[in-house]
Design a protein around this ligand. Structure first.
Ligand code: M6R
Length: 593
């Protein structure tokens, strides 16, 4: 979940590492640190503290020029959020300095077995790695000391290592946590996310598990853990600098909400040549050959998966089961005879999902990852992969990726069906519908007037119920209002007991067949004092409905119904002056189980 960046070359390492950390801060923001070479004293200085990268910018203000450096932004796993537990960590003599992303599961055992003589400063699992390298370096050369250490580690790691006795090298290694090497005219950048490389590298190589890297100013070599040289598979970086910035928007989340129509149009143009689908026919065939589709995901992606299930079943009559990744990984349900697995994930790095993929792959089942990040672990390790084309999503609260996931699942469902629907055209209609609504100021007043309590409920039926689940996650994760999404008919079976004078209840109503039932449920909560709000489509509009959205294809309503709920969450957090893009306790990419 943390972000790591290292640079070696003929440029200012501090500038490149700090820029990279700023871009990766959404991955973890409990603390930040970096190490730079001090040419005067011929040592690596370490700067670190709890807090944001902005604080690190301040504390490194007077550091001298260095052409080599590594940095880290942390989401705490082992040990409190404090300076001691912040990265970089160093070995006892301070010879080795490291930053680490991941979790070393056997760190206590390694400590007991090999490091009883060492003094530890932090509570982290990471410090064990630094101490082990130093211990082994007493009898082995540095490369072998690092490789020997790597072979002992259980868990996950993306690591950067500096050796004070050789300030012309960065060592790196990867297992399960992502790590990417970038090559540019001025040097080598190594980071946990492609975003950190943008502007400094032209090409990148995504490291495989159990890779060991030696980077110098103008060269990078990758080895396996048997010290055999591996080929570099360089690809062009296709992210624009503008994609990594907020532009005219106050927050990334608002920018990303506004990008949604463009994302839908981009998906339509990338998945179709005129009206012919460009989806690999093997994917379609593999799904058709299966007797059941299993969708696995977490958080917002799981909510998109719930919509996907409806689309597959309604459009293509393919039975679908959906499972929360963290549950599926260890509570394996009884599978059908010929299952096909779809893993839905914005980042492509979610550890719970990776645990699922490893287990599924061991059983030789076919898998499809639908992700925004083509370089990601889950994209590379699944049998097939489909890209979301949402562009970098930086706000921790996912918005445009959700819309993209629903759209790609819809394209897949339509491809599998025999129904005669022009999905490309329908996505265009949905994009235009979102456009008409984005700049409505009405929601700001509604949020002020309605969201005054510490709790809130979203209710809906059918697809609207699933949108309500996503709407409630969005509201709770950035405004900290305790919000639940409910099937409208289910409230009266218990939850209605929570409704008191003024409790906000937001109804999502888009399906003409069941709109009357949801309206009745809304009456029931109104009778008990709820402060209600209706978000509806024109198809079901009635007098006094507060938010009315244009009609779209009935199975694509989630694409537009979700948008006002994203804005409600945004304005509720803005009203409370919370850190919208980096809500408390969260991180964008959840790479620990
Ligand atoms: O990268 P993924 O889509 O696999 O991430 C899954 C969840 O962690 C993610 O959707 C999370 O729930 C978001 N913060 C929601 O806004």
């Amino acid at each position: 979940m943390c972000g790591i960046v290292g640079f070696i070359g003929n440029n200012d390492a501090k500038k490149i590492v700090l820029n990279g950390l700023t871009r990766l801060e959404y991955r973890g923001y409990d603390s930040a640190g970096m190490s730079l070479f001090n040419n005067r004293y011929q040592i690596f200085d370490v700067y670190k503290d709890e807090g944001r990268v902005a604080k690190l910018v301040e504390s490194t203000k007077n550091s001298s020029y260095s052409n080599i450096g590594i940095g880290h932004t942390r989401w705490a796993t082992h040990g409190k959020v404090n300076k001691e537990n912040s990265h970089p960590h160093y070995s006892q003599s301070r010879r080795f300095i490291i930053v680490h992303n991941g979790v070393i599961e056997n760190y206590q055992q390694l400590k007991d077995q090999y490091l009883s003589h060492s003094t530890f400063i932090s509570e982290t699992d990471t410090e064990v790695i630094a101490q082990l390298i130093e211990t082994f370096s007493q009898t082995l050369n540095v490369e072998n000391a690092i490789i020997t250490t790597l072979k002992l580690l259980h868990g996950s790691y993306a690591l950067l290592v500096l050796d004070s006795m050789d300030p012309e090298k960065i060592y790196a290694a990867k297992y399960k946590s992502p790590l990417i090497v970038g090559k540019g005219p001025e040097g080598i950048t190594i980071a946990s996310d492609l975003m950190a490389l943008v502007g400094y590298s032209d090409d990148y190589h995504a490291l495989d598990d159990k890779s060991f890297v030696i980077a110098t100013r103008d060269d990078v070599r990758v080895f396996n853990l048997n010290h055999e040289l591996l080929p570099l598979h360089l690809k062009k970086i296709e992210i624009d600098n503008a994609d990594t910035e907020k532009g005219e928007f106050a927050h990334y989340m608002l920018k990303e909400i506004h990008e949604q129509p463009a994302v839908l149009r981009r998906i339509a143009s990338n998945y179709f040549d005129k009206d012919k689908s460009l989806i690999d026919p093997q994917i379609i065939q593999s799904i058709k050959d299966s007797d059941r589709v299993y969708i696995l995901a977490a958080g917002t992606s799981m909510h998109a998966g719930l919509i996907g299930k409806q689309l597959f079943e309604k459009m293509a009559s393919i039975p679908v089961e959906i499972h929360i990744a963290s549950e599926f990984a260890y509570q394996k349900p009884l599978l059908s005879k010929k299952p096909f697995f779809i893993l839905v994930t914005q980042s492509g790095e979610t550890a719970d999902l990776r645990a699922c993929l490893v287990g599924i792959t061991e059983q030789n089942y076919k898998t499809l990852t639908i992700t925004n990040v083509p370089t990601s672990t889950l994209a590379r390790e699944a049998t097939y992969f489909l890209q979301l084309f949402a562009g970098p999503e930086i706000a921790v609260a996912s918005t445009k990726a959700y819309v993209a996931q629903v759209a790609v699942l819809a394209i897949l469902a339509y491809e599998l069906s025999s129904k005669n629907v022009n999905i490309k055209y329908e996505l265009g209609i949905a994009a235009a519908a979102i456009d008409t609504f984005l700049d409505s100021q009405k929601l700001i007043d509604i949020v002020r007037e309605k969201l005054t309590h510490r709790n809130c409920f979203y209710i809906g039926r059918g697809l609207d119920y699933f949108v309500g689940l996503e709407a409630s996650l969005k509201l709770k994760e950035i405004s900290y209002i305790q919000t639940e999404g409910f099937a409208a008919g289910e409230l009266k079976h218990g939850t209605i007991a929570l409704i008191e004078e003024g409790t906000p209840v937001i109804a999502l109503i888009s399906d003409p067949h069941i709109s009357g039932n949801t309206r009745s449920n809304l009456k029931e909560v109104q009778a008990r004092g709820a402060n209600t709000l209706k978000i509806v489509t024109e198809a079901v509009q009635q007098k006094n409905d507060e938010i009315v959205l244009p009609n779209v294809h009935p199975l694509l309503t989630p694409l537009i119904m979700v948008v006002p709920t994203q804005l409600i969450a945004y304005y509720a957090a803005l009203e409370r002056s919370y850190d919208i893009d980096k809500p408390r306790n969260l991180a964008k990419s959840v790479t620990v189980e």
